[in-house]
Design a binder for this molecule. Structure first.
Ligand SMILES: *Cc1c(COP(=O)(O)O)cnc(C)c1O
Length: 477
């Protein structure tokens, strides 16, 4: 591709992106495709001869775009959002154009220094104290893995990396039964082993870990010669928004010498609004906190911000310096690759900087507040609709509900069938979960471009599809 063609296609890509965003409401949120439908239309072997950009672009539009689930769709209410505010998309195009590796200060001085500054901005915006220092990780899963490795190393006197784990007593990590699977995976990958992830039962409407049980388990484990190392409380669990009492958990952790890592991957973005900060009250006592601006805030994936009280603990656990990675003759700089597992790293701070500046904290707070209030309104609509019940009350913009019509014997399979029918309808996209062993339907408002009308439409679609599902059953009886 020569420079003129590059310019031409880059313009076309920008136009395509803007048109795509503008046309999302006319598209289905989730495509109607079956496994294999897309790959069947692609050649099984690579081209020997060059093909034209036009040809490849046409296949992209004809084969691939119709097979995509549209995460930027304003009526995406499934999972959690993965928002890419248009300003962050534009910022990412500058990042892509430069394609710099930002692993060391000297490989990208401006990227490193902007990351330090912009993470401190975000820290202030979240109301976190100045005792926290941030780093951008690719995902919350990686941040949690780094935190678990620190727990392990700290508990083993920084000997696990060098000696292996075999010579040491079992390292124990505690978390509720509501935490994300990224915690299980960090426990596997770190070699701690699933049997040493101690599940603490949850209580109350917040589904918070029972802190007395947590304290008792730590004591028992210590008496049994095991090595309690850390705890991972969550704020806004993925299923229904379970939230631990961070102050109480961290108080036990501090008393017992455990490292605490708070997973606020989704809910953390909402902490830019002071009125929601009760949800993580006590977070200043934690050793480490992760939240994903790539979820609710609008910083295009990937951008996971990891705040720690002691960056030295990360560096001690993860840094390795062969001669070719050393920077001689300079002082007082950060090599962020020493703060996480991958060496190579993208210039992720740029999109966050553009986002925070162009929207301002007030603009982002307005978006989050609107999502929370629209979600609460829809929750009331469903609560007052015949045959619907609210299963879990709103945590920020997430609640769950169930359709419970009379005469339907298996309510669990009925609700799974309802989610499938709603998603096949295409106007909105939802996901199911299990609450206390029974099926429920999750609803969260979080799409960057969502309007109140989109949320109202969602309520109409849910009731419309549910009543259509009942129609044949009623006719038959
Ligand atoms: C989304 C989510 C994660 C995983 O986030 P990634 O950045 O995809 O690794 C972890 N914990 C919670 C609570 C989440 O909502």
């Amino acid at each position: 591709m020569n420079p003129d063609e590059y310019r031409d296609w880059a313009h076309r890509a920008a136009d395509w992106g803007a048109d795509y965003r503008a046309s999302l409401r006319e598209r289905r949120v989730r495509p109607l495709v079956a496994p294999g439908d897309i790959s069947r239309r692609l050649p099984a072997s690579p081209p020997e001869q060059p093909e034209s950009m036009e040809t490849v672009f046409r296949d992209f539009e004809d084969i691939l775009v119709p097979g995509m689930t549209h995460w930027q769709h304003p009526r995406f209410f499934a999972y959690f959002p993965a928002n890419a505010a248009p300003v962050s998309v534009v910022a990412e195009s500058f990042v892509t154009a430069m394609a710099a590796q930002c692993m060391l200060w000297q490989t990208s001085p401006a990227a490193t220094e902007l990351e330090t500054v912009v993470l401190d901005w975000l820290r202030q915006a979240l109301g976190l104290p100045g005792t926290f220092t941030g780093v951008i990780q690719d995902t919350a899963s990686s941040a949690t893995l780094a935190a678990v490795l620190v727990m392990r190393e700290r508990a083993l006197g920084w000997g696990g990396n060098r000696d292996g784990l075999a010579r040491h007593p079992a390292v124990r990590v505690y978390a509720s039964d509501q935490v994300h699977t990224s915690i299980d995976r960090a426990i596997w990958v770190s070699g701690i082993g699933q049997e040493n992830l101690v599940r603490i039962p949850t209580t109350g409407p917040a589904r918070a870990m029972d802190v007395d049980v947590f304290a008792a388990r730590v004591k028992e484990d210590r008496e049994a010669g095991l090595l309690p190392a850390g705890v991972i409380p969550c704020v806004g669990g993925t299923s229904v928004g379970a939230t631990d009492d961070i102050a109480a958990v961290c108080a036990v952790a501090a008393r017992e010498g455990l490292y605490s890592h708070v997973d606020a991957a989704w809910a953390g973005s909402a902490m830019i609004c002071p009125e929601f900060r009760d949800a993580w009250a006590g977070v200043e006592l934690a050793d480490s906190v992760v939240l994903n601006p790539h979820k609710w805030l609008g910083a295009q994936f990937d951008c996971s911000t990891h705040y720690v009280r002691d960056p030295e603990a990360l560096v001690r656990t993860l840094a390795i310096q062969p001669e070719y990675l050393k920077t001689h003759g300079k002082r007082d700089f950060i090599n962020y690759s020493e703060w996480h597992v991958p060496l190579g790293r993208r210039f992720r701070a740029l999109k966050l900087w553009f986002l925070l500046r162009v929207h301002g904290l007030e603009g982002l707070r307005t978006m989050i507040r609107q999502h929370v209030s629209w979600s609460a309104r829809l929750c009331e609509v469903l609560r007052n609709s015949t045959d619907f019940e609210i299963v879990t009350e709103p945590m920020l913009s997430l609640f769950s509900f169930r359709h419970r019509p009379r005469g339907v014997p298996d309510i669990d399979s009925h609700n799974i069938a309802l989610v499938n029918a709603i998603n096949d309808d295409g106007r909105i996209y939802l996901t199911q979960t299990r609450v206390d062993g029974r099926s429920a339907i999750r609803f969260q408002v979080g799409a960057f471009d969502a309007t109140e009308a989109d949320v109202i439409t969602a309520g109409e679609v849910i009731r419309d599809v549910a009543s259509r599902m009942l129609a044949p059953a009623v006719a038959a009886s």
